[in-house]
Design a protein around this ligand. Structure first.
Ligand code: IMP
Ligand code: MG
Length: 183
């Protein structure tokens, strides 16, 4: 039987083995950078960051906590975010004095992450850095620095490995490009 995503998939952009290799590299880099920094907290942005988080955290050898933050942008079209972002579900723990590493699926316009960084900075952590599996720099309208990037990609709508296509197919083990007609 053909997998359900097949009708929506234009092409596989990043295959599973390539993602696994890159996540291991990122985990090693993060482990080195945080070797002498206690109180590391990985902050996963729901829902898209969840697959990346669970793989990445198992490649990080320094002790750390995890926490979750859910954001939404309102007044949005299905495939683009607006500047209007709010917190749907906040972190469970206090982050003051801790080293925060945001784990996100993709940085597109940058609106979501700018908001998240500002909210977190206001809580006076020891540091805030950003780790994104994917970066679409051509779409950026907000100035944001990505400290750890998995892959830089072109301006195409992608799904899989946490990213959704109308809330589905987050479970695909690879990143694929969606057909533009959505058919
Ligand atoms: P931004 O605020 O424009 O940077 O949008 C970031 C959010 O939009 C990401 O966290 C994703 O949830 C979503 N997003 C942006 N581009 C894509 C895409 O190509 N596929 C799936 N979701 C996307
Ligand atoms: Mg997201």
């Amino acid at each position: 039987m053909m997998p359900a995503y097949e009708h929506h998939l234009a092409e596989v952009l990043i295959d599973e083995a390539t993602i696994i290799r890159r996540v291991a590299e990122l985990g090693a880099e993060i482990s080195r950078d945080y070797a002498d920094k206690p109180d590391l907290v990985l902050i996963c942005i729901l829902k898209g960051g969840v697959v990346f988080l669970t793989d990445l955290m198992r490649q990080i050898s320094v002790p750390h906590e995890i926490d979750f933050l859910s954001m939404s942008s309102y007044g949005r079209g299905a495939r683009a975010s607006t500047g209007n972002v709010r917190i749907d579900m906040d972190l469970r723990a206090e982050v003051t004095g801790k080293h925060l590493l945001i784990v996100e699926d993709i940085i597109d316009s940058g609106h979501t992450l700018r908001f998240v960084m500002d909210v977190l900075q206001a809580r006076r952590p020891a540091s805030v850095r950003l780790c994104a599996l994917l970066d679409k720099p051509s779409r950026r309208t907000v100035d944001i620095t990505v400290d750890y990037t998995g892959f830089v990609i072109e301006n195409k709508y992608v799904f899989g490995y946490g990213l959704d296509l109308d809330e589905k197919f987050r479970n695909m083990p690879f990143v694929g490009v969606a057909k533009t007609d959505g058919a």
